[in-house]
Design a protein around this ligand. Structure first.
Ligand SMILES: NC(=O)c1ccc[n+]([C@@H]2O[C@H](COP(=O)([O-])OP(=O)(O)OC[C@H]3O[C@@H](n4cnc5c(N)ncnc54)[C@H](OP(=O)(O)O)[C@@H]3O)[C@@H](O)[C@H]2O)c1
Length: 259
């Protein structure tokens, strides 16, 4: 079994890598972080492609390389970044990078893999979106837009690939205890409430095994994902209080420290 996982050196991607290695799969990881990839290569005998997925030329080169290699049984587009704060005050280059990593790179890599039959018939492609798809993400509007885009793309792709027996999974994780969450959450938020990445990864692998269309890891996350579209005003109020206002306070104290 050959598996490709982006963002595989840490967090959910690393937990996925370890689960597939435990099954005896040949895993190819993609990540920007050479320091964290090296021990994983050493410990698990996996291969890493060290690529910055926000760099289009580097992504094109990776796409060309993957198109010349052996086919994959499972591909997980997991790498993702964010940029938090009021959009009107944000750095547009940082927002472009969010778009490039979260949406453009998965599309470019998928085009190369499908265009050269590098996903085996009977195989799976999983796209890691976010619970923001169901509840919005005030304070990370571009992140939310890319995750919506990815989910929408995957949904349509799944119909087109069904005759080839290629399964497409959309994943909507809620808060997960990773560097990503710690980096982008408001300061002082309670990390203990976040789901361990190993649990998220197990849910993803199970959903791939069962050829599910959608995976929302965890009962609490499923509840919120179900209520989100039904109670949009309540969700907006909750997200404003839990995310946007604390992020505003963080930004204000950062400005004060600079002044
Ligand atoms: N954690 C959550 O609460 C949560 C919730 C919903 C959805 N998600 C989604 O789940 C996915 C995985 O998140 P995670 O929390 O596991 O993230 P993570 O802990 O930050 O791990 C992601 C990995 O991707 C790498 N990466 C970042 N930018 C990259 C780039 N430009 N090119 C190549 N690799 C890059 C990271 O390297 P560096 O650390 O060196 O940047 C890291 O090794 C993301 O798509 C995220 O949006 C996460």
């Amino acid at each position: 079994m050959r598996v490709l996982i982006t963002g595989a050196a840490d967090g959910i991607g690393k937990a996925l890598l370890e689960l597939y290695v435990a099954r005896g799969a040949e895993v190819v990881g993609v990540d920007v972080d050479a320091e964290r990839a090296a021990p994983l290569e050493h410990e698990h005998g996996v291969t890493f492609e060290l690529v910055d997925l926000s760099d289009r030329e580097a992504v094109d080169a990776l796409a060309a390389k993957l198109a010349e290699g052996d086919a994959f049984d499972v591909v997980v587009h997991n790498a993702g970044i964010s940029c938090v704060g009021r959009f009107a005050r944000s750095d547009l280059d940082a927002q472009r990078a969010v778009h490039a990593v979260n949406l453009e790179a998965p599309l470019v890599l998928t085009a190369a893999l499908l265009g050269t039959d590098r996903v085996r018939a009977g195989g799976s492609i999983a796209f890691v979106s976010s619970l923001s798809h169901q509840v919005g993400y005030p304070g990370a509007a571009v992140y939310a837009a890319t995750k919506d885009g990815l989910a929408s793309y995957a949904r349509s792709l799944s119909v087109a690939l069904a005759p080839k027996r290629i399964h497409v999974l959309r994943v909507f994780p809620g808060p997960t205890r990773t560097v990503h969450a710690a980096r982008y959450a408001p300061k002082g938020s309670d990390a203990s409430k976040r789901m361990p990445p190993e649990r998220t990864a197990k849910a993803i692998v199970r959903a791939i095994d069962r050829r599910k269309r959608v995976c929302v890891p965890g009962f609490g996350t499923r509840l919120i994902a179900g209520l989100g579209p039904k109670l949009p005003r309540l969700m907006d109020r909750t997200m404003r209080k839990a995310i946007l206002e604390p992020l505003d306070r963080d930004a204000a104290s950062k400005r004060q420290r600079r002044a």
